[in-house]
Ligand binder design. Structure first.
Ligand code: X3X
Length: 334
């Protein structure tokens, strides 16, 4: 090798090692504190999972990435929480994907009613190219999606009156979260959808402001809904309750790659662990709720499915054929 070539190889090696050192120095000096906001209560698994993931990230990044978790909507939550992410705050929003639907309408299709027969079907769907494309659209709007499958259970009707058909819901005020997906779903099911933040829900039930609510058995037991007057659960399984984890793309891009990998791995692992745990716990939770006087009943599934049919029509901004793709992906799993 000529002297000139040797020298250029040596210089390239020197530059590379200086570059690596400066990146390592960058990582070594890098410190970031993120505030993580959600609406769940201390007794609910989602809260425990977020706390565990935050602790693991702090430890595995050697103290570089601190995630302070704020349950029960202590910080901006729901739509406002996602807005913090879009504004580029050092903030992580943990909300269901319907709130991303305001930015990427296809997420309203992903969160449409009565699509999934199991937690696993939804998890598999989130791993398809369809959802990868949806995530890319979210990133173009400034939202990096770290997870979509913090599943907290199928949402059922929780009322004083026994409900078996859409007609039974006529005139009943049913509390929902504030996103259009829930309001449209409960309206199509026959109810008067009444959006309220979770924090106002149980008092609204107690005071008769609403006739009932809808939520999973894990919500029922974790927030003590069963202590109130709504002791009847109609097994509509109308929405699969799940949360995603969202961070600003600007903030995400500022984090060194080695820490990004740890953060992503820990949130992915946390979701997988929570899914497996809740699958194993559901039967016991139903039994415990029954011991508190909660009664479960089946419903006329065909009647509710036909009432919900209009919701599978593509809304403005949705990718043409998005529902067709979702249905064919689900059919291929069955
Ligand atoms: O964005 C997350 C979910 O939409 C929250 O659903 P919500 O407001 O019915 O709360 C569920 C409870 O388990 C919270 O404690």
């Amino acid at each position: 090798m000529t002297i000139k070539k040797t020298l250029s190889v040596l210089c390239a090696g020197l530059l590379l090692s200086l570059g690596t050192q400066s990146m390592a120095a960058q990582s070594e000096d890098f410190k970031l504190t993120l505030k993580l906001s959600h609406v769940f209560s201390p007794a609910e698994q989602l809260t425990k999972s977020m706390d565990a993931v935050a602790a693991s990230i702090l430890e595995k990044t050697g103290g570089a990435i601190t995630i302070q978790t704020f349950p029960q909507a202590q910080l901006p939550a729901y739509k406002e929480g996602v807005e913090q992410v879009v504004r580029g705050a050092n903030f992580i929003s943990v909300e269901d994907p319907s709130f991303i639907g305001d930015y990427v309408p296809d997420f309203k299709a992903l969160y449409a009613p009565m699509l999934y027969r199991s937690f696993d079907e939804y998890v598999k769907l989130t791993q398809t190219q369809l959802v990868a494309d949806m995530k890319a659209k979210a990133e173009a709007q400034g939202i990096k999606i770290l997870a979509l499958d913090y599943i907290y259970g199928f949402r059922n009707l929780i009322t004083q009156k026994v409900i078996t058909t859409p007609d039974d819901l006529k005139g009943m005020k049913i509390r929902t979260p504030g996103s259009k997906s829930y309001i449209d779903t409960l309206t199509a099911m026959g109810a008067v959808a009444t959006p309220l933040p979770w924090g106002e829900t149980l008092s609204a039930v107690q005071q008769g402001v609403v006739d009932g609510l809808e939520g999973s058995e894990f919500t029922n037991i974790g927030t003590k809904v069963y202590e109130g007057p709504t002791k009847n659960v109609a097994n509509t399984h109308h929405i699969l309750g799940t949360c995603g984890v969202y961070i600003s793309t600007k903030v995400w891009d500022s984090i060194p790659a080695e820490y990004q990998a740890i953060i992503q791995d820990e949130f992915s692992k946390g979701a997988n662990d929570m899914v497996e745990l809740l699958k194993s716990q559901h039967g016991g939770v139903v039994k415990e709720l029954e011991s508190y006087g909660v009664k479960f009943n089946d419903v006329d599934g065909d009647a509710f499915r036909s009432a919900l049919a209009p919701l599978y029509i593509e809304q403005p901004g949705m990718t043409p054929g998005v529902f067709k793709t979702i249905f064919s992906e689900l059919d291929s799993m069955r």
